[in-house]
Design a protein around this ligand. Sequence first.
Ligand code: GSH
Length: 220
Amino acid sequence: MSAHQSELPVLYSFRRCPFAMRARLALAACGLKVEIREIVLRDKPAHMCEISPKATVPVLWLPDGTVVDESLDVMRWAVRQADPMGLMNLQPSALESTQQWLAVLDGEFKHHLDRYKYPQRYEGVDAMEHRQAGVQILKQWGAALIDSDWLFGNSMRFADLAILPFVRQFRIPEPQWFDSNPELAPVVAWLQRFLALPLFETAMQKFEPWKPGDPAVFFP
Ligand SMILES: N[C@@H](CCC(=O)N[C@@H](CS)C(=O)NCC(=O)O)C(=O)O
């Protein structure tokens, strides 16, 4: 019942999750089509949990049965299939910065983002301290944006797509404060550029939650 209904990979996804969002962005940017299964976090499909017991989205299930269940690995898989936008056209130094920034993003930045956005979920947390720590990290990315539209020049690359869904999340609690913060001006412009992309609109397409037996729905 949960088998592939086509020759295409299946992507378990949740629209609002920034990890799933980066996976959809990479798939769409690489011109790859998947069978999409939108999930609800409090009622995850049994098949998804079976193939990936850690049960986080995104999960990409390939027709040969391979399971790719880390968002950065889904992105890496996508660019290996095709890279028409040149997301991986990077000098060795840019590749090194990409790796460092992604480690900071999924580690420190995500830590501060969660505590800024949802302080009530943690004990003894001061949201403003975490907001400030997040700003310090954003400023490092902002420094790379002083003379260019994207992190590595005037074309979007892998790191932009991996990082921007999380910058978007960081803006959500206090959009006016974020947009008018002079320290963040290059980051604000970077985010606005991203939100205006047709690619972003494609990645944010809405789907009804999937249940076993539903006809296949495709993304993009
Ligand atoms: N390291 C994972 C993290 C994915 C993740 O944490 N996704 C969240 C949603 S944003 C999730 O599925 N959480 C499971 C839950 O809330 O039950 C990745 O990069 O794919």
